[in-house]
Write a protein that binds this ligand. Structure first.
Ligand SMILES: *[C@@H]1O[C@H](CO)[C@@H](O)[C@H](O)[C@H]1NC(C)=O
Ligand SMILES: *[C@@H]1O[C@H](CO)[C@@H](O)[C@H](O)[C@H]1NC(C)=O
Length: 440
């Protein structure tokens, strides 16, 4: 047994270890994807992406460009701790500045400073999930929550936190309601993040832009997402309607919400989650999958090296786990995106076994469910998506005429997964589409 195991690994190590998992590294350079026309913020494509994501929050009060670029300079390619350290330092500094502002005298200044401080605490935590015992996973999150809530309270109409029971009563759903302030019943978008993001991030990606257009927003989190994972110790569930339908119930109790104009939006892996909910809950007028995901499990297993794929298909859990745990996750010769994605996947699906994570992930599929979706679906597709290439087109094809597929282009600065870095443009496209759907 041991001999066979070593042998498999030796073959794998010599022939293919660098290419065993989603070969994000190679994919970003192969002939089928256009070269990224954007200035790169780090030689490590994963750090470039995450930095762009943080900078992209700047138009909506979520970051300030100069200080993020100062932090960016301290981040060394492949060095995940250097990413965390740079943002630990920036968050502490930004928090000091925020504390120095008299929020009674200068409420807008204080709110601006607190919101971006919350972003930096969230970013400081982002690369730490490889070690579940790291106390900073909770300590940074407490500060993230405290600064974000202090900012919420300083909004013209403060965002309101609520906790809702899940459909099956087994967990609770933290949510935030942002009222547009209109006296009339208004359209409302209910949104969740994906694999790694917090509901708080969504305020700066979509919610502020929607409020500017007199659209109410409710953000929420389900199992596996940052706050539920921490406070309720729950990993992801595929049957997302258990988390989302109670949020729709809640929306229907609000006098500000027009019950005929409720939309669901999912960001990143949320593109699967939101579309799945619309297959089971028909109270929604529209769905946004930013970006579209049809079969999440396949995005993990399809790019596996044939040997690892074989181990997975044959149920060789120990061998599969050994390769990931001992030769990939902490191996800085493997692309950061691969290592990070596995660390985050294990943490958010709440397992220490890569095999189990990949097995659980197979349930996150819309195969056989797209026919049940009744609402029109905006399917975002990023031209240079390195995480889920091809998934948006696949979702749109299966939805048929219910789908509006929109490709965000690299030359418009919007070609990265979820169009990060182009949120002003993203909101223009999707919210104008929503207006058209509601008028129709
Ligand atoms: C994980 O973090 C804990 C607490 O900081 C530390 O004691 C432990 O050595 C870390 N484990 C690894 C494998 O780095
Ligand atoms: C780390 O990855 C490199 C590149 O694939 C590989 O050659 C090396 O053997 C790996 N290290 C370990 C400890 O597995």
């Amino acid at each position: 047994m041991k001999a066979i195991k070593t042998c498999i690994f030796l073959i794998c190590a010599s022939a293919c270890l660098a290419a065993v998992v989603p070969d994000l590294h190679r994919r970003s350079q192969d002939d089928t994807t256009p070269k990224d026309p954007m200035y790169q913020l780090n030689d490590d494509p994963d750090f470039h992406y995450e930095l762009l994501r943080i900078l992209g929050l700047a138009p909506y009060e979520g970051s300030d460009i100069g200080e993020v670029l100062v932090a960016a300079k301290k981040i060394k390619p492949t060095d995940m701790p250097s990413f965390a350290d740079a943002f630990i330092e920036l968050s502490a500094h930004a928090h000091d500045v925020a504390k120095g502002i008299d929020s009674h005298k200068f409420p807008i200044s204080a709110r601006n400073a607190l919101f971006k401080t919350a972003t930096y605490y969230r970013s400081a935590d982002f690369m730490l999930h490889g070690n579940w015992s790291d106390p900073r996973i909770n300590s940074l999150w407490k500060k993230h929550r405290a600064t974000f809530d202090a900012a919420l309270a300083l909004m013209p109409i403060p965002g309101r936190r609520v906790t809702l029971p899940s459909k099956d009563g087994k967990f609770t759903v933290p949510a935030i309601f942002y009222s547009s302030g209109s006296s009339k019943k208004r359209p409302t978008i209910i949104m969740c993040n994906g694999y790694d993001g917090a509901q708080e991030e969504l305020y700066h990606v979509f919610a502020q832009a929607a409020l500017q257009r007199d659209i109410n927003i409710i953000t929420y989190e389900g199992p596996g997402q940052p706050t539920v994972r921490r406070e309720q110790n729950l990993g992801f569930i595929p049957n997302w309607e258990d988390a989302a339908s109670p949020v729709i119930d809640y929306a229907l109790t609000l006098p500000q919400v027009d019950p005929k104009s409720i939309a669901l939006l999912g960001y990143s892996l949320g593109g699967y989650l939101a579309t799945r909910v619309a297959a089971f809950d028909h109270r929604v007028a529209a769905v946004f999958a930013i970006d579209g995901i049809y079969d999440y499990g396949k995005t993990l297993t399809d790019p596996l090296d044939p040997l690892l794929k074989q181990l997975f298909d044959d149920g060789k859990k120990d061998e599969f786990d050994d390769i990931f745990n001992n030769h990939i996750i902490s191996n800085t010769s493997i692309p950061t995106s691969v290592r990070w994605a596995m660390q985050q996947g294990l943490w958010s699906f709440r397992t220490h076994s890569p095999f189990e994570y990949y097995t659980l992930a197979q349930a996150y599929s819309l195969v056989g469910l797209t026919d049940k979706v009744k609402a029109p679906v905006f399917v975002g597709d990023a031209e240079n998506d390195i995480y889920f290439p091809g998934q948006a087109k696949s979702l749109a094809a299966h939805l048929g005429n219910k789908a509006t597929l929109f490709e965000f282009k690299a030359n418009d600065g919007a070609g990265a997964h979820c169009g990060v870095g182009a949120n002003v443009y993203l909101n223009q496209v999707i919210l104008d589409w929503f207006d058209g759907v509601l008028k129709h």
